[in-house]
Structures are given as structure tokens and as C-alpha cells.
Design a protein around this ligand. Sequence first.
Ligand code: FAD
Length: 329
Amino acid sequence: MNKGILLYAEVNKSNYVQPVFFELASKAQKLAEKIDNCPVMALIITKEGNTQNFKEGFEKFGIDEVYVVEDDRLENYTTEFYSKVALDEIKKIKPAIILIGATTQGRDLAPRLASELHAGLTADCIELDINEKGQLAATRPTFDGQLMATILSKSDIQMATVRENVFKPMEHDTPKQTEYIYDKAEIYGLYERVKILNFAKGIEKERNKLLDAKIIISGGKGMKTAKGFELLKEFADTLGAEVGASRGATDIGIAPKNMQIGQTGITVSPKIYIACGISGAIQHIVGMENSDKIFAINIDENAPIFEHADYGIVGDVFEILPKLIGELK
Ligand SMILES: Cc1cc2nc3c(=O)[nH]c(=O)nc-3n(C[C@H](O)[C@H](O)[C@H](O)COP(=O)(O)OP(=O)(O)OC[C@H]3O[C@@H](n4cnc5c(N)ncnc54)[C@H](O)[C@@H]3O)c2cc1C
């Protein structure tokens, strides 16, 4: 009988474990509580001696067991080598659930593993839970984002890839006594279809400030014009906040695309999220519902955003915001 939750700890090119791993680790602890406190395990595949650098993270994030395969031939990700090594380990570990970050690498590795393991894989999830039968209930957008589907898998191993930034990483107060299990990579003679000759440094994209913002003031179509967004900027400046937007606002060109929060934009999880003139469509909600406290200002008292808000003000943003800014100043 398969047991436990296995997380794939992806080491990226800058030689740190992808942040999504720690987000998954925190969520996995909660899932494990619902399956008789089963172990939360990690699999790391990396170059010789490298795991040492990440032990503190594994311990702080409460990982019970880490399965380590180190080999200098595994310094760079290649589908053939990594999937062979991961499969060998998974067959030994026999986990019930495998969770992988929906990064470029995760999206390449997961389907290959799922196919070899005959495991059901739900890709690009935005929520995970355990149902009353102890099965993984993995939720993802479907029908072009019009609906959310919760998908169960009948296979012994249930797999999901999960979007970055949907769960909050939470360190444990007392680090875990993590056990490390080392194994050898069985990759001799394996045909390598892709040979990495060189890594050329691309143009570094600046990280979107909304991803790390503690306070976000977000505007929707209800802000009406680009000038309306200037009011949000003024409000944001009084709070040291960043300005975000709904697709309603970016579609009519009153806010730039890189500000868009939601299913086809970015996912954020600030301490405070203030939605101004945003109706609260599900595609927007999935990008901000993990905020600690949600405030909404909307002229329509029946706007769906109020169902998700901790605090709401029914009224005209153009009357309320100047008053708030005045008070804050
Ligand atoms: C596949 C797909 C992906 C999508 N992805 C995203 C996404 O990533 N992010 C996203 O946000 N949306 C996304 N959408 C669009 C989404 O369905 C909504 O259409 C969009 O979120 C609506 O934006 P809005 O709330 O700004 O506009 P509206 O729905 O038009 O709402 C405007 C709100 O402003 C209020 N208002 C008007 N005037 C005032 C005023 N003076 N004072 C106060 N309130 C006022 C109104 O009462 C209303 O509630 C997606 C849709 C699809 C189909």
C-alpha cells in the first residue's frame, strides 16, 4: 500500500531550491494531518555534495525524510536522466501522493513520471485537499477558466503539479529531525537525447514587485480611466503599497498587463489586499484569495467581491479614496 506525500525539490540554475517547494511543503503538512499524519517526504536530484546547502530549509519546513540522489552528471536537468532517477526512487519510496511545482522543469518531468507510473496527474492546480475517503482532491481551472474542477485520481499514486505562489510558505518554530536517505543514480549507458553544451545568460526579467508586496491596492474597471489609477497610486504611496489590477482594467488599457492579478495574470498573497472597483470574478479571486486580509470598495452592494472580503465599503471609490488618502496623510 502506497503511503506518504512526496514533494519534488527542484534545484534551479541559481542553485537554490525553487520557492514553490517550500509552499508545497507547508500545504503538504496540512494534507498529511488528514491522512493519519502520514510522512511528508522530499526527493532531491542534484550534483555531488550539493544537498548539504539545503538541509536547513528541509528541516525548517518540517520534511520527515529526504531522498537524495547526487551525481555530477545530474548538475543540469535533462528529461531522460532526471525522469529515470526520479522513477527509480519513487518505485522504492512508494508514495501515495506526489506534488511537483508547475515550473518549466516540473511541467516537463511530471507527465513523463505519471505516464511511466500509470498515475493520474492533475496539472497546474490552484488548490489541494484530502476528501473524506483520503484521496487527493486537486482543483484547477477548466473550460478556458470559466469553471474550477476538482479532480480525483483512481491510481495508487496520485499526482499534481501546483502553480507557484498559491500556498504560503510557513516555517516551523522547531526544526524537524529530518532523515536523509542517499542513493546512487543508475544512469550508466542511458541514452541521452539532449546534450547541454552551454547556458547563455538571457535578459534578466525584473521580478514583479507585486509578488513580494505586503500591501496591494488593486483597481478594476470601476476605476474608469488611467487617471483613476493615479488615485490608486497616491493611496498606495501613503501605505507603502504596490498597485495591482484586474483584467477588466488591463483589457480597457487603464492599467498595464504586468499588473494583472488572477488566473491569467499573477498570483499574489500579501498581508493586505484592497480591491477598488473590482467585481470579484472567480478568475480574479484565484489570484488573490490567499491574501491575509481582503478589503473591498465597490458601489454595488451585491458585488461578489464582498463574499471574499473581510471588510467592505459600499460606495463610490472617487469619494472614498480621497477621504482615505487625506486621513492617512
Ligand atoms: C479565461 C479567462 C481568464 C481570465 N483571467 C483573469 C485574470 O487573470 N484576472 C482578472 O481580474 N480577470 C480575469 N478574467 C476576467 C474576469 O472574468 C472578469 O471579467 C474581470 O475580472 C472583471 O474585471 P473588473 O472586476 O475590473 O470589471 P467588472 O466586472 O466590470 O467590475 C467593475 C466593478 O466596479 C464597480 N464600480 C463601478 N464604478 C464604481 C465606483 N465609482 N466606485 C466603486 N465601484 C465601482 C462595479 O460595481 C463593478 O463591480 C478572465 C476571464 C477569462 C474568461
